[in-house]
Design a protein around this ligand. Structure first.
Ligand SMILES: Nc1nc2c(ncn2[C@@H]2O[C@H](COP(=O)(O)OP(=O)(O)O)[C@@H](O)[C@H]2O)c(=O)[nH]1
Ligand SMILES: Nc1ncnc2c1ncn2[C@@H]1O[C@H](COP(=O)(O)OP(=O)(O)O)[C@@H](O)[C@H]1O
Length: 415
């Protein structure tokens, strides 16, 4: 990015006045009236929210405690609560800072880590967390890892069994290997002879999958042709983390669930030219027993009806001639001749020092890791969270991290 000037004097004066959004638990203890004394282990920060609660966020220097933990002091009841913690927890750190971004989320910045793992959002009162609090009837918090940069909108492809979804997706991935990534679903059905675990599906036991669904690890799931199928949140996020556009091959029920979820996506329905053609293709594939074929054909009627009814899909493509359908799919995705097929560059990693100070103004956080050494301005960053998207149970994307340097006019963006 070109050098851009920005007057951050306001921001810095705020910092100089010593605005400290996070404070140590030692300070908190002085407030406690119930004689409760915290035994401090490692580094802890505490954040007060408007609802008379204090969230204590505890990192540690001990390997035996591998993740950052959370407990809540409720001033209304004078009690400590250990909440249900959802999402993947950040690995522990010897030092972190915490900032209350709004009434819904706390930003935790881990020291001694790189920018792909140092920004974490602890959601304490977002729509997702409120829903989970109702479900569990107790206090719930949810972690979401912060990611720099925007994500490409995923593509959901649905259609009856045997219509050619897999064939079209394979063609797309072969022609544009660096652009697209496949969301590997979980299923309880048995693998076909050429299918590999972890590549085509995560083949799994029903009980294990049901537990993961209960634990909130799935974006959507459905019972299809007598088996359980589901897209884990991690399956979609792992593709997006690589800078690729995620493709989901899921049934109509799954597509409807995704439409109702927080995941923004493009929904494409692949329709057969006729029911007879569909039957021919399904039989020619020779992957199912007669009984399974009958089940799939029966379900196909309902799926085609739902797929063609308005409101469910953004676009319907008829897969008559394969090459024509593939061409139309590419056109729909803006992959015409000369389309940019290069993979999106992942942002350069930045080191976050163990010792750092943070200050918040509007939708930005100034992070100062600087010291008196030469080039210390290189250690000053501005984290812009004004365009964040997503959040628990997935990643929080859309962060923008800029390096800032003092200048005559105030402060100067370096990157
Ligand atoms: N809801 C949902 N459906 C899925 C998922 N993965 C695959 N499916 C759908 O399950 C159906 C059966 O898939 P599969 O057993 O691979 O058979 P095929 O579609 O005939 O190749 C298809 O409609 C898939 O789109 C998933 O994660 N969620
Ligand atoms: N347009 C088409 N014309 C004829 N056969 C096709 C066409 N598209 C796909 N097929 C074939 O139909 C069968 C089913 O396709 P597949 O991609 O496995 O469907 P799905 O993933 O939707 O179940 C495969 O043998 C495939 O080669």
């Amino acid at each position: 990015m070109d050098d851009a000037f920005c007057d951050l004097s306001v921001l810095l004066s705020c910092c100089n006045q010593g605005e400290a959004p996070a404070f140590l638990v030692d300070d908190l203890q002085k407030d406690l009236t119930n004689g409760f004394h915290l035994k401090l282990k490692g580094h802890e920060t505490a954040i007060n929210t408007g609802d008379n609660k204090t969230y204590v966020i505890a990192g540690t220097e001990y390997e035996s405690t591998p993740t950052i933990e959370v407990r809540i002091y409720d001033k209304n009841t004078d009690e400590w609560v250990i909440p249900i913690v959802l999402g993947i927890k950040p690995k522990s750190s010897k030092g972190h800072t915490s900032v209350l971004l709004d009434e819904g989320r706390i930003l935790v910045i881990k020291g001694n880590s790189t920018s792909d793992d140092c920004f974490w959002f602890l959601e304490v009162n977002t729509a997702f967390v409120r829903e989970q609090k109702k479900r569990f009837e107790t206090d719930v918090v949810a972690w979401s890892r912060g990611v720099i940069g925007e994500a490409e909108i995923p593509i959901v492809i649905s259609g009856p069994s045997g219509v050619g979804k897999g064939t079209l997706i394979s063609k797309l991935m072969e022609e544009f290997p660096s652009m697209f990534g496949f969301s590997v679903s979980h299923t309880t059905r048995a693998p076909r002879s050429k299918e590999q675990n972890g590549v085509h599906y995560h083949f799994t036991e029903r009980s294990a999958m049901e537990k993961d669904i209960k634990d909130g690890k799935f974006l959507e799931f459905a019972s299809v042709h007598g088996n359980l199928y589901g897209t884990s949140i991690e399956a979609v996020e792992a593709v997006t983390d690589k800078g690729k556009r995620c493709i989901l091959d899921i049934d109509v029920q799954g597509a409807r669930s995704v439409r109702g979820s927080s995941l923004e996506a493009i929904f494409i329905f692949i329709s057969p030219p006729s029911f007879e053609d569909l039957e021919k293709r399904l039989r020619a594939r020779r992957t199912e027993t007669e009984e399974q074929i009958q089940k799939r054909l029966k379900n196909a009627r309902t799926e085609i009806e739902q797929g063609n009814s308005p409101g469910h899909f953004d676009c319907i493509l008829v897969n008559d001639d394969l090459e024509t359908c593939y061409k139309n799919l590419k056109k729909l995705l803006g992959l015409n001749e000369g389309a940019d097929t290069t993979q999106k560059l992942l942002p350069e990693l930045v080191e976050m020092h163990l010792e750092h100070r943070v200050s918040k103004i509007d939708q930005k956080i100034l992070i100062n890791c600087g010291n008196a050494e030469e080039n210390s301005y290189r250690n000053m960053f501005l984290l812009d969270f004004s365009s964040i998207k997503g959040g628990a149970p997935g990643r929080t994307r859309g962060l923008n991290l800029l390096t800032v340097e003092p200048s005559i006019n105030g402060y100067k963006m370096l990157s």
